[in-house]
Write a protein that binds this ligand. Structure first.
Ligand code: APR
Length: 386
């Protein structure tokens, strides 16, 4: 006889771990199956800005101390236009609401520890997960075991098995290539005072603090036309000085180089029979606006509430509207991310002066129109759609 649980969660990333913790607090039995080992999950490096909405999810669940204690609050974002600084004070435009800086691996480590300390059942190294009988009594098989579950939560990221278990005829997918690449380098270079994004005719660049002596830089490049992995480090520094409009920017040793894809993807609906997708399994968003992790957490909260209603309150209304609820937020932020991407990249549209001027108008509106500033701050805080 296979083991039985109320919810089988596939994947222990931010979505799966948040869902697991919220269900645990609601007294719902769940088993998390994670393909990789614990150290891989804990060490996976990803950027992380928890927006105000994301941090409130943990506050509402009574998990703020366990998960976001000591996090640094963000205030200013510097948006530099051709070397000219503009400081955007988000919290003052968003009723004091501000995001917090929590590296994703720290968030994951804390969520893991909290779930396991509370007696949670998380199985690392669960390879070859396969989903069966989703329309009746779901069954999950994996190397070394088998479970039956009331519901399955597919939190296994973009390359996971959950989304591909849905018949193609029951899913519509949207993909969008922004035609932009980002080259990112980690360097031993003094961090900026505030998160910094620079708009320039030479291309977009950004600089964020990574500890007291290190910075992560991002540089836009043209995929297909150039390969920044071939750039000598001196050329990278030259480009950064040009785009940041700071000829005195001190250089430093570059310790890591990566390429970031600027792509968008949405699968709808985010549910099929008794399977519910959350996070990257259902949608990918560009890093502009830093919403990837926050959307994953928002899905997890909606799903935890809906599953609890179905399993404890015998009311599946919220579960039936799960996909619509999450897709509304997902599309709203996809649009925001695209809007933001155009605003900061189109200044470099060499062959399209009209788009360059539109991008400038979009930028100017933020400083000229308090309502526009308020909207931007709300989107950054994640609170525009409550
Ligand atoms: N079986 C079990 N686990 C799997 C499988 C599988 N077949 N495939 C993937 N996984 C695991 C991965 O090892 C990973 O730990 O699922 C987890 C998915 O985690 P993420 O990719 O981090 O996705 P999610 O939890 O939705 O978080 C989204 O992470 O990718 C960033 O920018 C993204 O910030 C966003 C957040």
């Amino acid at each position: 006889m296979p083991e039985m649980t109320e919810v089988a969660i596939i994947g222990a990333g931010p979505a799966g771990l948040t869902l697991a913790n919220l269900l645990q607090r609601n007294g719902i039995r769940c088993v998390v199956l994670e393909a990789r080992d614990r150290s891989h999950v804990e060490e996976r490096q990803r950027a992380g800005v928890l927006d105000h909405y994301g941090s409130e999810i943990f506050a509402r669940a009574g998990l703020a101390d366990a998960v976001i204690a000591g996090a640094f609050r963000e205030k200013f974002l510097e948006l530099r236009y051709e070397g000219e600084p503009h400081f955007f004070d988000g919290p003052s435009h968003a009723g004091g609401r501000a995001g917090v800086i929590v590296p994703q691996q720290l968030l994951v480590r804390r969520l893991l520890a909290t779930f396991l300390d509370g007696g949670g059942d998380l199985r690392f190294g669960a390879e070859d997960v396969a989903l069966h009988d989703l329309t009746t009594t779901p069954r999950v098989t994996y190397a070394g075991g088998e479970l039956t579950a009331g519901y399955v939560a597919g939190c296994d990221g973009f390359h996971g098995v959950s989304r591909t278990s849905i018949p193609a005829s029951s899913l519509t997918t949207y993909t969008f290539d922004h035609g932009i690449g980002w080259y990112t380098v980690l360097a031993d270079a003094p961090p900026p005072r505030h998160a910094l994004m620079a708009v320039s005719r030479h291309g977009f660049a950004a600089q964020f603090a990574r500890g007291p002596q290190a910075s992560r830089f991002y540089l836009e490049y043209r995929p297909g036309a150039e390969d920044p992995r071939e750039w000598p480090d001196d050329y990278t520094w030259e480009q950064l000085r040009l785009r940041l409009g700071d000829p005195a920017l001190p250089g430093g040793t570059i310790t890591d180089k990566e390429i970031v894809e600027m792509r968008s993807f949405v699968a709808e609906p985010m549910a099929y029979a008794k399977l519910f997708l959350a996070g990257d399994a259902a949608h990918i968003i560009t890093p502009m606006g830093a919403k990837g992790m926050n959307l994953a957490l928002a899905d997890a909260e909606v799903l935890a509430r809906a599953l609890t209603g179905a399993l404890r309150g015998a009311d599946d209304t919220a579960l039936r509207s799960y996909s619509d609820t999450c897709l509304r937020r997902t599309w709203d932020y996809q649009e925001f991310s695209r809007w933001f991407t155009e605003m900061v990249h189109d200044a470099g549209a060499q062959d399209d002066p009209f788009r360059r001027r539109l991008a400038r108008a979009r930028f100017d509106r933020l400083w000229a129109n308090p309502k526009a500033a308020e909207w931007f701050a709300d989107m950054m805080a994640g609170t525009a759609l409550l």
